[in-house]
Design a binder for this molecule. Structure first.
Ligand code: NAD
Length: 256
C-alpha cells in the first residue's frame, strides 16, 4: 500500500466484489485504517474467509453473500451493514465482470445482458440503497469502479466499455443530485491491474502482460493496492472538495 495513511475509526465501508482483486485490496486497506468493513460478494466462501482472517487479526469486518445483479440482495446487504455497524459512510461499488472479446456483429444478447446486469445494474442497485442511508445520515462518500474502458473505446469489448462509460454517467449524475445531502460521488478508472480477472485474461490468451506493460508510460501493470489507495483518498476528508470526478489510475494509458 502506498504510504499515505488514514484513520477511519468508527466509520463503515461497504465494498462490492470485496473478496478478490482490487475489491479485496480495498477491504484490507479500509480495515487496516480502522474502518468497519462489509465484504459484499457473490463468492460467499472467499468473503467469509477474508472476514475471518481480518477479524482474527483484530480488525472489524463482516462478510455478506450478495449478487449485485439482484436489487433485493443489495438492499438486504446495506441493511445488514447498517444493523451491524450503525452507519454507512463509504462505499466502493467495484463488482464487475468482463467476457472474452467478440466481433460486435456476433455478440449474443445473453452476453450483453450478463455484462450490463453486473457492471451497470449492479452499480445502480448499490448506489440506490447506499444513497437511502446516506441521505438519512446527511453524509457519505461513494466511489464507483469504472475503467480506462470508461474513457476510451475497446476493440472487441463494446459492451464492457459501454457499461464502464455508463458508470461515469451514473457517477456524475448522482454527484450533481447529492452534493446538497453531503454525499460525494466519484469514480476510479483503473488501467490493467494484476488481479484474478487479469490472470484469467492472460491464461485465456486475451492479454499479453508484457505488451500491456510496454504500452503504458509507467511501463508496468498496476497492483490492486494502488487502486485501493485512490479509493481511500477519494473517501477521505483529503478529497473533501472532489465530487463527480473520473480519476484515471492507469499508468498514463488514457493520456496517450
Ligand atoms: N483488473 C483490471 O485490470 C481492471 C481494469 C479496469 C477496471 N476493472 C474493474 O475493476 C473491478 C474489479 O475487477 P478485478 O480485476 O478486481 O476483478 P476480479 O474478477 O479479480 O474480482 C471481482 C470480484 O467481484 C466479485 N463479483 C463478480 N460479480 C459479482 C456479482 N454479480 N455480485 C457480487 N460480486 C461479484 C467476484 O466474486 C470477485 O470477488 C471490475 O468492475 C472491473 O471491471 C478491472
Amino acid at each position: 500500500m502506498p504510504e499515505l495513511t488514514y484513520d477511519f475509526t468508527g466509520k463503515t465501508a461497504f465494498v462490492t466484489g470485496g473478496s478478490a482483486g482490487m475489491g479485496e485490496a480495498t477491504v484490507r486497506a479500509f480495515a487496516e485504517a480502522g474502518a468497519n468493513v462489509a465484504i459484499v460478494d457473490r463468492d460467499a466462501d472467499s468473503a467469509n474467509a477474508l472476514a475471518e482472517e481480518l477479524t482474527l487479526g483484530g480488525l472489524k469486518a463482516i462478510a455478506i453473500a450478495c449478487d449485485v445483479t439482484d436489487e433485493d440482495q443489495v438492499a438486504s446487504a446495506v441493511r445488514t451493514t447498517v444493523e451491524a455497524f450503525g452507519s454507512l459512510d463509504m462505499a466502493f461499488n467495484n463488482a464487475g465482470i468482463m467476457l472474452p472479446p467478440v466481433d460486435s456483429a456476433d455478440e449474443t444478447e445473453e452476453a450483453f445482458d450478463k455484462i450490463v446486469a453486473v457492471n451497470l445494474k449492479g452499480v445502480w442497485a448499490s448506489m440506490k440503497h447506499e444513497l437511502k442511508q446516506m441521505r438519512h445520515q446527511g453524509s457519505g462518500a461513494i466511489v464507483n469502479c469504472s475503467s480506462l474502458g470508461g474513457l476510451v473505446g475497446g476493440n472487441g469489448r463494446t459492451t464492457y466499455h459501454a457499461t464502464k462509460h455508463g458508470v461515469l454517467g451514473q457517477t456524475k449524475s448522482v454527484a450533481l443530485q447529492y452534493g446538497k445531502h453531503g454525499v460525494r460521488v466519484n469514480a476510479v478508472c483503473p488501467g490493467t491491474i494484476e488481479t484474478p480477472m487479469v490472470a484469467r485474461m492472460a491464461a485465456g490468451g486475451e492479454l499479453d502482460r508484457d505488451a500491456a506493460a510496454a504500452g503504458v508510460p509507467l511501463g508496468r501493470l498496476g497492483r490492486p493496492d494502488e487502486i485501493a489507495a485512490a479509493v481511500l483518498w477519494l473517501c477521505s476528508d483529503a478529497a473533501s472538495y472532489v465530487t463527480g470526478a473520473a480519476l484515471p489510475v492507469d499508468a498514463g494509458h488514457t493520456a496517450q
